[in-house]
Design a protein around this ligand. Sequence first.
Ligand SMILES: *Cc1c(COP(=O)(O)O)cnc(C)c1O
Length: 397
Amino acid sequence: MTQNEIKQDVDKYVLHTYNRFPIAIDHGNGVRVYDADGKEYLDFMAGIAVYALGYDFPGYDEALTDQLLKTIHTSNLYYHEPLARAAKALVTSTGLSKAFFTNSGAEAIEGAIKAARKYAWEKDGKNNHEIVAMNGSFHGRSVGALSVTGNEHYQAPFRPLMGGVRFADFNNMESVRAAVNDATCAIIMETVQGEGGIYPADPQFMKEIRKLCDEKDILLILDEIQCGMGRTGKMWAYEHYGIKPDILTCAKALGCGVPVGAFVLNEKTAAHSLEPGDHGTTYGGNPLVCAAVAEVFRLFESTGIVGHVAETTPYFEKTLDKLVLDHVSVKAHRGLGFMRGLELAPEYPVSAVVNKALDKGLLIISAGNNVLRFVPPLIIGEKEIDEAAAILDKCLG
Ligand SMILES: *Cc1c(COP(=O)(O)O)cnc(C)c1O
């Protein structure tokens, strides 16, 4: 099909919930993707922080193909080897206790919410438990996940949502304390807010949240669906803070392309929450996605890619800082590792910059209302950072 034919049929037959960029992506190679007309793009969005290893990474396709030829689905009524390998890798890397695999990030959040409520219910048998979530957060589009997403625009048409949610301001401990009460069973937040505009948690805030949760036996759910899996220069972003969550959610780069998420519980939560009959999924953790997850962890280890992110971060940082200095359109620069945002002045619409970049062969996306978001494949080096910056230089005028 030609690019135009693809666009026409997608617009005609697919429900219009996305305003898509006017290109049809055909394939990728390394950190480049190609549209159906053969035009090449440098990819600094990685399918929204999914393609951490870029495209065609040696070993990844082979692992998937090998599994494809055996079986791709078993249901969760049977054991299978890829599940054993994926779960062991994920649990070992987090230092937590038990994993449950899902098909998406939103489903990981749903599971985390259920685990937190069950934990509290087991303690006191009450049905009044509340969750404290953050303004400006994003946790997904299903009703439970949407209920803890602090974005009026996303929530408004769908009320009433799940009850028992209070919102506090991210990085504002006083506002969190005001929202917490005896019925609070969990605090949920992203370690680095992504969709909201790339805001890392303040170290002091994170420390105090952890302390408050410990004092009151409130479960801390950290959503690392976007910021986990090496993106910040540590395997998990919470490692920057010297704390651990009680429940971790991950997805996006967990399978580096296949649809897989997970929630991971620490020992205390695993021992006192979801039991047989409490939660399930037909597809979740199937052999195909688990083979991908196991291979991703193996490749992360053998390539030392997280160390590469940490080593390259200062260069990325310096390059984006220079864009702030050189362009009045750029007001600020924030981020951690390879998860970065450039905040634009109000009179410069982000969408115009993103579209210009697309035209010039660079894929980037926005976050919040006025932030250019950079979540490139973790394999990019200084050369690609220079190349992206040179294109942006021409787009930010
Ligand atoms: C993308 C994202 C989600 C939702 O994941 P889906 O796979 O789209 O359901 C949840 N939380 C965060 C932080 C995300 O970035």
